[in-house]
Design a binder for this molecule. Sequence first.
Ligand code: F6R
Length: 638
Amino acid sequence: MSEKLKYIPPGRLEKTRYEKLHLAVYREPEKASTDIANAIADLIRAKQKENKTCVLGLATGNTPLNVYKKLIQWHQKEGLSFKNVITFNLDEYFPMAPEDANSYYQYMHSNFFNHIDIDLANTHIPRGDLPQSEILEHCNDYESEIKKAGGIDLQLLGIGQTGHIGFNEPGSHLNSRTRLITLDYLTRRDAAKTFEGFENVPRRAITMGVKTILEARRIFIMAWGENKARIVRKTVEESETEIITASFLQEHTNTTFVLDFQAASELTRFKTPWIVSQVDWDDQKILHAVTWLCGKTNKALLKLSDEDYNQNSLSELISIHGPSYDLNIKMFNKLQHTITGWPGGKPNTDDTNRPERSSPSQKRVIIFSPHPDDDVISMGGSFDRLVTQGHQVHIGYQTSGSVAVTDEDAIRFLEVTLDFNSKQRNPYVEHLIECIKNKNLSPEQFQRVLHLKGTIRKRESLAATRYFGLPDHQVHFLNLPFYETGKAIKNPPSQKDLEIVVEFIDRVKPHQIFAAGDLADPHGTHRVCLNIIFEALSVLKPKPYMKDCWVWLYRGAWEEWELHQIDMAIPMSPDQVLRKRKAIFYHETQKDGAMFQGNDEREFWVRAEDRNRTTAEQYRKMGLAEYAAMEAFKRYYY
Ligand code: F6R
């Protein structure tokens, strides 16, 4: 087993002082999943040698998918056998027929069981298809089956936004057992994407209890991505509480919380490392510490004193890089130099202390937008300025965004075409409307409707880009194929996706690329889109024009860069804020409870304005100039 996964009682090391669970933190979730799969494979083999069964507790959701993939791969290529394996799944929706595409029964079979040699009689998933009167007995039987199998050797867990393990929602008791529960509102919102609408998500589920889980002999709980970072910190660093049922794992003496960097990013050892360990100071880390200190002391940067540093775990910093007077000025200037009203560089000026180059004064710019609205939501102000300042801006909409258009919107547009041609009946469209209403589209009709939805988003995007004065031929709809499943779950990206992006960049030969550096996208499309761009950059790197191509990352609709991460901040006047708002408004189908909002239910323009205002406010609090709003970018070196 990987050294990293070997259980060590938590909190023994200085840097883990705040941690109440043993952690294994990985740069990439793929490597973490491989190590977990390896630990499982080792256990299965060890049990095989002793002629024993191996009892696994299994989870569903996005998190464990790569673990299952690895195990399948080793079964197919290296003959890893699952003949001695017995499995118990954590949960199932209720009511839920096993054949329903959204059942955990289907998930387990299509993502794991169908591809390995496990005896299906040895697999157990709570039954969502029983009458409610039989559920209690079924739950008791489930517990007995686990006992009969000798208890769970190794339990896999994910963690929900509510801090649930299994479906043990806030309020679940430490001693709870397998039972019927009511799902939390947040959990249902999270599942809305797979069920294609919040109202389709079942209200209840059957889940193993907290006690059932804690009886497993070894537990791996996993979390990937920034949107899990806050709940991870609470689970790991705060006290045990039934409000976050994962925190009960603090009682289990053989649990490892396996995280990627993003999910671990809110932990004290990463967020404010100077509190728990020695820091290898560089300018970036110093700025991080200094901006944090301003927040902590509620003081502007130039007002920080030696005493402030000393009293807040930063005496080491001040002793090496102080006195505070010099350090403050250095950091103040560093922050000041990130601010510019010229996202494409200011022509004919000394650019030594500016974030972008002054020449060429008219740049070719690509703005990549994962969905057809991220450009205006996340960098509408800078987009507007780039165009007004005379740069040749090209927008690359990576996906069609079709699944985020509701059936109601599709019907509305179809009805417009009928009304428009009211003199002539259109039986095809009339029939299509009926089929959408009755939710019984043929595969061909499904594709047509999907195409229609994509077209609606295309037209909305063109309305917004025209508003900013961009000619249509500079707006490119790349329609990456990985996205086109018509469902929330997308295909893995392929060579074709990469080729499309490579060809596009190569055609434009940009001096600047803006891309969504958003790792918090709840359903992963932003992350996939970003990875495709990164891959394209490494393919194109040898090309001579790429030497002059700088890459800037903006955040998507969910998070914002922290002050110390910002390399370029573009201020916006109140008028520009309104222009940006108007551009976002053109994306009409994404208003009023859009399908994939994530946990933040505010409309996109409200969130965007709030973020941009907050960034400006943070700069002001540091003692820099006061602006209405600011958009922020981080430079990416490839
Ligand atoms: C799944 C389960 C849940 C998930 C959790 C995280 O069987 O019981 O606790 O593990 O909701 O879901 P993902 O992995 O989709 O983020």
